[in-house]
Design a protein around this ligand. Structure first.
Ligand code: ANZ
Length: 824
């Protein structure tokens, strides 16, 4: 028999799709429903595609192809998240401009994706590094700036002089850089900050209507960290007010000290004479510790300020401490400490011999007890349950003018600037001033003469000057100026306008920026007038299905939702949320069950599979491995299983073709199996249960391959239609073997007859005096009792049993039960 020549077939169909623009995005028709099927676009790294990529991409491709076949207008685009550190690092090491590397990597990724037969409309392709794309990313930044949501702020950052870079909190351990163990200083750096906290509530509430994995919803909620409590004001002898945020106002009578974060603005003012040296030493010692460090370490540290404030209810003096387990960036940077009912306060009080005052009765009596209970030792509050008590205290404090309800979020404003080269320049500039007030701006030159940059007066780059592109440079290293390497590009940085000198912002945007709105741009990627037109937004948004890794569960999705909500508020999109349904593919592990990594040597290269057994085999295998969301190990020998499946169905098609599709009739068994399969494959695809859909196709294949004569043309056409989302090349090939013209994607989806999917017979037990003595296959709706009895008597075991017995009564319920009552 002719061997299935996957190479020739796959190349042929890929060329056909290209030549015929088979997957071109249709012009939206008001009579057709739409589906926007989106993949999280890749960062085009130097190592090319990984077998993890095609997993999600195949899943979304199955859905895109399925929806096209079921009469939807489908938008299914792909692009590149192409700014970012690795290209810059490579540039620093080799001197190759990141643009060159990025361009090459994109070419490799695109070739690889094309070789897998994904049905992307490549005309929709975008790269976040394209100047036209950068233009609109910068434009959106200016919308945020215009709305007062982009601000400069002096942010305390982890600056590592040895590495010449700012590090994230997670990258600093015990004051040293995670990479290389270099000392890290906390220092204030001027940064651009996006006020995402203003959207905290909306970001939390917007989750409600979304069809997202519950784990991801929870992660988002935790990251936003909404907590409802109240502010309570403690006042010092000098009348200085210290507001504290607490979620447990009911424990007010258990407060035994108040603690300030070391960076609290009142620390030095509240330090009593004689305590200055100790306090300032403590403050400077803790300043290098990251927040993560401070909150995760078990060993509590702190120092007494020597001063007191008065308890808002009892008026008694309460000592004021400084402790770094209190964070300056949360709440009001101060806590009322209740050691009996808070673990951190309990440890701290234990260490420094502070009083522990139990005011909540509950649990097994052991302290600290952090759960709810009944108030004790709290005067008028005694006996109240926690919930009621909280309300009571809040009301009381409000009346006294010493506090009130407060909603607090963990979410921090988003530090949006990077001191890097390979990112979008922030489209802002500042006036340049020269030290002498009489200095003549037209003859003095900031590239040579001493000058100052007036950072307090940021000016937006005019829209018609966008995009603001990066200057060409040879040295991309950050250098020892925290302002970043762009600060060295003096000709780019300084410019004269209207006889005055200005300096450009030298910070660039973080890599997140590009991925915050790419899904909007796909819908209108060639628009030269705006980021996205109203029509394109109405035609395609929101994204109906978003497929990507769970590692982006928090930040990317939160940032993108934030930008989207801002654009929504400004009227640039009419959809309040961007991603309606979200699905995470599970990670594919190496054959050894470990995460694939170069250093372990367990990485599988998709190119090898495509070369060895074809794109369809890779697609089928990845969808057959197990449930999409599950973590699964790669097993190369199992690829052979799907290869055999492909060959088998191809052979069946060849037989049919050779017979000229002469078979006109097929057995009822075949018809029924086909209809059942059509129904199952359809509902499995709808539920994104791809492994079970493929398995149903395998069952049908085995059946067809086992028949003496080939199946009918109609059956084979249906098979081709169902196979195509998973193995599109083979699907097209079989379709054309049945005489189908053009592409199978124009053939519509399969239609089954419901009655043919249900079995008309059942296996019925035959009882004699209530005991099962045999069974028979019988029509479900056979009402003729005599006929049923006749059939039962033909069952040998029953017949034997009945010999010589007299039938007294027959209980027969069609499809359910046959019970023959005989005389004993
Ligand atoms: C008194 C109290 C009594 C508290 C008690 C807890 C239990 P969440 O739920 O995370 O919002 N807190 C407030 N500001 C803080 C800061 N800047 N740094 C560290 N801790 C801070 O936690 C709120 C609780 O965390 C607050 O409620 C406060 O301690 C503490 F039996 O106040 B609680």
């Amino acid at each position: 028999p002719t061997q299935y020549d996957f190479k020739q077939v796959e190349q042929k169909w890929q060329k056909y799709w290209d030549d015929n623009q088979t997957f071109k995005t249709p012009v939206r028709s008001p009579n057709r429903p739409k589906k926007y099927i989106l993949d999280m676009f890749p960062y085009p790294s130097g190592s090319g595609l990984h077998v993890g990529h095609p997993e999600g991409y195949t899943a979304s491709d199955v859905m895109a192809r399925y929806y096209r076949s079921t009469g939807h207008d489908v938008l299914h685009p792909m692009g590149w998240d192409s700014f970012g550190l690795p290209a810059e690092q490579h540039a620093i090491n080799t001197g190759t401009h990141p643009e060159v590397t990025t361009f090459e990597n994109i070419a490799t990724f695109k070739r690889q994706l094309k070789s897998l037969g994904f049905s992307y409309d490549w005309d929709k392709e975008i790269a976040t590094t394209d100047p036209e794309y950068v233009r609109w990313t910068q434009w959106i930044f200016l919308q945020l700036f215009g709305k007062g949501l982009a601000k400069q702020s002096s942010v305390s950052v982890n600056w590592c002089p040895a590495l010449g870079t700012v590090l994230a909190n997670e990258e600093v351990i015990n004051g040293l850089s995670e990479r290389g163990d270099h000392p890290v200083k906390r220092l204030p750096l001027r940064q651009w900050v996006l006020e995402i906290t203003k959207y905290a509530d909306r970001l939390e509430e917007g989750l409600d209507g979304l069809d997202w994995p519950s784990g991801t919803m929870t992660s988002q909620r935790q990251w936003i960290g909404k907590s409802t409590g109240c502010d309570i004001v403690f006042t010092t002898e000098d009348g200085e007010e210290i507001p504290v945020f607490t979620t447990r106002p009911d424990t007010i009578m258990g407060v035994t000290y108040v603690s300030l974060a070391p960076e609290h603005p009142l620390v030095s003012k509240l330090t009593a004479p004689g305590h200055e040296a100790e306090v300032s030493e403590y403050v400077s010692k803790t300043s290098s510790r990251s927040d993560l460090d401070r909150t995760s370490s078990k060993e509590k540290t702190g120092v007494f300020t020597g001063s007191y404030c008065s308890h808002p209810v009892s008026g008694e003096p309460v000592p004021i401490w400084v402790a770094d387990y209190v964070l300056g960036s949360y709440g009001s940077g101060a806590v009322m400490a209740v050691p009996a009912h808070d673990e951190r306060d309990f440890e701290f009080a234990g260490k420094f011999g502070l009083q522990v005052k139990k005011v909540v009765e509950g649990g097994d009596g052991e302290l600290p007890y952090t759960g709810p209970g009944k108030a004790i030792e709290s005067g008028a509050l005694d006996g109240m349950k926690t919930k009621e008590c909280k309300k009571e205290v809040m009301g009381m404090l409000e009346k006294m003018g010493k506090g009130g309800k407060k909603i607090q979020y963990k979410l921090r404003d988003w530090v949006f600037s990077r001191q890097r080269y390979w990112g979008e320049p922030i489209p802002i500039y500042f006036p340049v001033t020269f030290p002498s007030p009489s200095a003549d701006h037209t003859t003095l030159d900031p590239k040579i003469d001493p000058h100052e940059i007036d950072y307090d007066n940021p000016i937006a780059v005019p829209e018609d000057e966008l995009p603001l592109t990066l200057p060409p440079m040879d040295d991309f290293s950050p250098g020892d100026d925290p302002a970043g390497c762009l600060a060295r590009a003096a000709d780019w940085r300084y410019f004269m306008k209207g006889g005055l000198w200005y300096a450009r912002e030298t910070n660039t945007m973080p890599q997140w920026a590009g991925s915050c709105w790419y899904y909007l741009r796909y819908a209108d990627n060639s628009n030269g007038e705006m980021a996205i037109s109203r029509e394109a937004d109405e035609d395609w948004l929101p994204v109906d299905l978003y497929v990507g890794g769970a590692e982006h569960a928090v930040l990317h999705l939160l940032y993108a939702r934030f930008w989207h909500q801002v654009l929504y508020d400004l009227g640039h999109t009419k959809h309040p949320e961007p991603f309606q349904k979200l699905v995470h593919q599970g990670m594919i592990l190496g054959a050894d069950g470990e995460k694939m990594s170069k250093s372990r040597g367990n990485v599988v290269n998709p190119d090898d599979i495509v070369k060895g057994t074809g794109a369809d085999s890779l697609r089928l295998y990845e969808m057959f491995m197990g449930p999409l969301e599950a973590v699964k190990p790669w097993q190369t020998e199992q690829v052979q299983g799907v290869v055999r499946f492909q060959r088998k169905i191809y052979d069946v098609a060849v037989k049919g073709e050779n017979s000229g599709w002469e078979t006109k009739e097929e057995t009822e068994e075949t018809t029924k199996l086909l209809h059942k399969t059509m129904k199952k494959v359809t509902s499995d695809i709808e539920n994104m249960s791809f492994n079970t859909a493929i398995s149903a196709l395998m069952v049908l294949t085995n059946h067809l391959a086992g028949l003496k004569s080939p199946p009918t043309r109609a059956t084979m056409v249906q098979f081709a239609v169902m196979l195509t989302p998973f193995a599109p090349h083979l699907g097209e090939e079989i379709w054309s073997m049945t005489g189908g013209a053009g592409s199978v994607s124009s053939a519509g989806w399969v239609e089954w007859v419901e009655e043919l999917t249900v079995d008309s017979t059942v296996n019925m037990g035959i009882q004699v005096n209530g005991k099962v003595r045999g069974s028979m296959e019988i029509e479900k709706d056979l009402t003729d009792e005599g006929e049923a009895m006749k059939m039962a008597m033909e069952v040998e075991k029953v017949a034997k049993f009945m010999q010589g017995k007299e039938v007294k009564k027959v209980i027969y319920k069609p499809g359910k039960i046959l019970n023959i009552i005989v005389a004993k």
